[in-house]
Each structure stands twice: as C-alpha cells, then as structure tokens.
Design a protein around this ligand. Structure first.
Ligand SMILES: Cc1ncc(COP(=O)(O)O)c(C=O)c1O
Length: 347
C-alpha cells in the first residue's frame, strides 16, 4: 500500500520519549515548553502555544478572539475546505459565513464582505498553497495553516500575517506528533487569553479560578517530546515534497504548485470519472481521497444553518477532485506507479 501519510521518528524522539517515561512526565512537562520555544523561534513569532491537535488550535484561536470581541459572532471562511476547519467555528459557538474559492483552491477575497457582526476572516492555506492574504483587511484575520507548516511566500511565513495562525501535526502534515497542533501569534493579549482558554479558561495554571469560556486543548509532554525532535526537519520535508510535486507535474503534464505541499490534487471532468479513478487507485494499493468538501453542501450543515448560498467553484472542485500522496518518504518508483494509474484514469 502506498499511503497518504508517513511518520519520521528520529533517534532524538526515542531519547526524549524515554526521558518522559523515566521521569513519569507524560502529561504536562518541560518538552511542551521547549517545543513552544523552538517553534516560536522557527516562525520568528513572539509566542507559540502547543495544542492537542489542529482542530483545537483552530477552536482555541476563535474562542480567544471571541473573548476579545464578544459582540461579534460571525466568521467568514472558504466554502471549500477540510471539515475540521469549519467545524471549529461551530465548536467555538460561532456562525460560519461561507464564500466561494478562486482558481487557486483558496478563498476568493473579492467575495469577502465583512459586517458589524464579523469576528474575523478565517482563510486556510489549503493543500499547502498560499491563501494570498491581501494587504487591505482592517478586519482581524485568523489563518488556518494546518496543511501548510513551513510554507512561505517571499515576503511572509504562513501563519504570521494575521492575529494568529494554527498548525496541525497530524501524520499527513509536514511533521507529525501523532496528533498535535500549534498556535502562533505576536499579540501578547491574544497569547495570554489563548493560554487560559486552552486550559479550561483558568486564571492561573494551578488555580481553580476561571476567567474565560475554556476548553481542554493541551498538548501532552509525549507529543511534545516527539515534536522537539522534528522542528529542524520542517524545511527539509517541504523541500522533498516540492520535489515530489515536480515529478508528478512532469509525469502527468500538469502544473501544480504549493509552497508546503500537503497532497497532489487532480480534477476530473465529472464526479463519476473522479469516483472511478478513486476505485482504480484503491485496487492498485494507492491511498487517495476526495478533494476536501464543499461544506455548505453537507446535509448536517444545511440542517443546522439552512441554505447558506451557492458556491459553484467550491462545489465543482469538491465533487470532481481527488488527491494522491506527496509525502517525503515516497520513492520515485511510488510516484511513477501512481502516475501510470492516474494517466490510465485521465484518457
Ligand atoms: C485545513 C485544516 N484545518 C484543520 C485541520 C485539523 O487538524 P487536526 O487533524 O490536527 O485536528 C486539518 C486537518 O487535516 C485541515 O486540513
């Protein structure tokens, strides 16, 4: 089986994990602080907050901003995304307002129209590509970089442009701690509130006084022990993944680009041809997935929010697209095999 995800476990991870086990620090512990400091340094950000996964990083960012602006409860985000991104808005007790995407799989900024109720715009750098935040927004931006750790355009690192950015360390992402997440910010008020929100809203760590609506999003010392061994690998992984994308482009005659590739997307002429391609890939032992989703088309979203608008491009991409792996441990032979199957599905 050629899988979508991979895990790099350096010797340093084994040593760090042994230390956790020997000292019995498997919940809270020093590796969490070390991981946060290393990641803040990597991003050149003032603060980094480790969380248990990317969904909770998103949720904590939104809950934190809502504590800062309690009279605003709407969040503008792309209709085409991974469901965890939009679920985090609902998890945080806020209302999603969807807008369509443009040609590059990213939120179409021309369609973003904030109102008095808008808490923030919440784009994602989907598939590891830049969401191209324009310079105009007066409105707060929270940036979901769960699929794009280490991505940068010539003038900015993903996650550093808005008030805060979130990351995931799920196995298909740039580095993995099994499950894991991170928030980065340069805003000291945001950092202070987020640290409380992610720890049940506690006023102080070891105090049963509560200041904010909170949740439990804490990263364990075991996750952080693995994370500490991987920070130095981020750029190397992205470089290998970009090289894999180039090989796909060459073998398929396509022209995809992502700064921090999360997958390789392919669009088909119809839903049927996409679904047949997924089957053929599966028969050949190649893991592939439908290309995210058009969230307002999900029945459970319609049940809760009713008709949320018409998003033709998001719908088209979600219903005719699939993705195949780009991870750093694929061999050239793997990619060639995947391309033989893909080319057979594209005739
Ligand atoms: C865009 C986006 N946001 C959020 C998440 C959630 O991350 P996690 O799986 O770590 O909860 C993902 C996960 O793949 C994602 O792709």
């Amino acid at each position: 089986m050629i899988s979508l995800a991979t895990a790099d476990i350096p010797i340093k991870a084994w040593l760090n994990l042994s230390k956790c086990l020997l000292t019995k620090r498997i919940g809270r512990g020093d590796f969490v602080k070390e991981f946060e400091e290393n990641m803040a340094d990597y991003f050149g950000a003032k603060y980094a907050i480790a969380t248990c996964n990317g969904t909770m990083a998103d949720t904590v960012m939104l809950m934190t901003l809502h504590e800062m602006y309690p009279d605003k409860d709407q969040v503008i985000l792309p209709a085409f995304t991974f469901v965890a991104h939009s679920n985090s808005v609902v998890n945080a007790g806020l209302k999603p307002i969807f807008v369509d995407i443009g040609e590059n799989y990213q939120i179409d900024w021309k369609q973003v129209i904030p109102t008095d109720k808008t808490l923030c715009v919440f784009p994602a750098n989907l598939l590891g590509k830049s969401c191209q935040i324009p310079s105009w927004p007066e409105i707060p931006i929270l940036e979901d970089c769960c699929e794009s750790m280490g991505g940068s355009t010539f003038c900015r690192m993903f996650g550093t442009e808005g008030i805060a950015g979130s990351f995931s360390m799920f196995p298909s992402h740039t580095i993995t701690t099994g499950e894991g997440g991170l928030i980065i910010t340069n805003n000291s008020e945001f950092n202070e509130i987020a640290r409380s929100v992610m720890n049940h809203g506690k006023f102080r760590t070891n105090d049963f006084t509560f200041s904010y609506f909170g949740t439990n999003a804490k990263m364990t010392n075991l996750q952080a022990a693995v994370g500490c061994s991987l920070v130095e690998k981020i750029d190397e992984v992205n470089k290998k993944r970009r090289r894999n994308v180039e090989l796909y482009n060459h073998l398929l005659g396509l022209n995809f680009y992502a700064e921090a590739p999360h997958c390789y997307p392919i669009l088909y002429p119809s839903k049927n041809s996409r679904d047949s391609a997924l089957k053929l890939l599966g028969y050949n032992g190649i893991e592939a997935r439908k290309l995210m989703g058009c969230i307002p088309e999900y029945e459970f979203y319609q049940k809760r929010f009713g008709d949320m608008g018409y998003f033709p491009h998001a719908s088209l991409v979600a219903n005719t697209g699939l993705f195949v792996p780009v991870h750093q441990n694929l061999s050239q032979k793997d990619i060639k095999k995947i391309c033989v199957v893909l080319n057979a599905t594209r005739q």
